[in-house]
Design a protein around this ligand. Structure first.
Ligand SMILES: [Zn+2]
Length: 305
């Protein structure tokens, strides 16, 4: 199994001319011994491999209680200056904490785990404590709405959790990373009703040119992941061309969404180099220029690493 997994990671990219940041990844899902017992590369190995590819900074996202604590501990270890963090209760986690996990359009029902016994309010309060006490936590995320995996009961819970996270981000003066799946209109409505944090990032932007325009109008950032490289997703490439490059970020969302032509294989931060290369072609700008801009924007949003 371990051999399969190792063979499964994408090929190492040509090193980027200017280093960029992977502004959204889940290292706990790809490092160490994974849930299925498979031995994966260590965090240090992922960081080194990324740096060699020209991906020298990472935002590690812990978006359930166990991974938020894991992220907090990783940042506190002081071993990885290349990593800062984001923490939140993911919308699909929020419904489990609230015991409101009705079946969504994906047709699946989800099981509660031990940590879901913590009431939602308490869970979000714990996220706030972690974020407030750790200066290496630089964002609240991912939070938002996921109408693909929940029904109407869950959607009500998700909207309340989203609002609580927006309030938290503003209280702590942190940016927010938004998860928006099949919920574009409601995400925008909540942001406008409550007031978006000064730095608002649509993580793994999945909208079309219309949503891109709305985001750009409000100065919200669009973070592009592997799907912008997939053949079918012309709407994402149109969205990318539509917005000023100053509002564009890049991410892996590892372990998911591996860029073309490695789709279906496990993802890791170094693979962001493949995505940013494709993005430069899409916007028809020199790769150096795109990397330099994305890199600077990453620091505008998350501060210096
Ligand atoms: Zn994510």
């Amino acid at each position: 199994m371990a051999r399969t997994r190792e063979r499964g990671f994408p090929a190492d990219p040509v090193t980027l001319p200017v280093p960029v940041a992977d502004n959204h990844t889940h290292l706990e899902s790809i490092a160490g011994v994974l849930a299925d017992g498979v031995a994966a590369p260590t965090v240090a190995e992922h960081v080194a491999r990324a740096a060699a590819a020209g991906v020298d900074r990472i935002v590690q996202v812990g978006c359930d209680l166990p991974s938020a604590r894991w992220t907090d501990a990783l940042l506190r270890s002081g071993e990885h200056p290349a990593i800062v963090g984001a923490v939140a209760i993911h919308p699909n986690e929020a419904v489990l904490h609230a015991d409101a996990h009705d079946v969504g359009p994906d047709g699946q029902s989800y099981e509660r785990a031990e940590h879901h016994l913590v009431p939602l309010d308490d869970a979000i309060a714990q996220i706030g404590e972690i974020a407030a006490a750790n200066p290496r936590v630089r964002a609240i995320g991912e939070t938002g709405l996921d109408y693909f995996r929940t029904g109407e009961r869950g959607a009500v819970v998700q909207r309340a959790a989203f609002r609580a996270h927006l309030a938290l981000a503003k209280e702590l003066g942190l940016p927010v990373q938004i998860h928006d799946r099949d919920a574009h209109d409601d995400v925008v409505a909540v942001l406008l009703a409550d007031g978006a944090p000064e730095r608002t990032v649509f993580h793994c932007f999945s909208g079309d040119v219309e949503l891109a325009r709305v985001a750009a109008e409000h100065g919200w950032y669009l973070s592009f992941a592997g799907p912008v490289t997939y053949k079918a997703n012309e709407h994402l490439r149109e969205a990318l061309r539509e917005v000023p490059l100053e509002l564009v970020l890049v991410e892996t969302d590892a372990p998911y969404l591996t860029p073309h032509p490695f789709r279906g294989q496990p993802n890791a931060p170094y693979a962001v180099a493949h995505t940013v290369r494709a993005m430069a072609q899409i916007v028809e700008r020199p790769l150096e220029q795109v990397c330099a801009r994305v890199s600077a924007t990453s620091q505008d949003v998350y501060g210096r690493w």
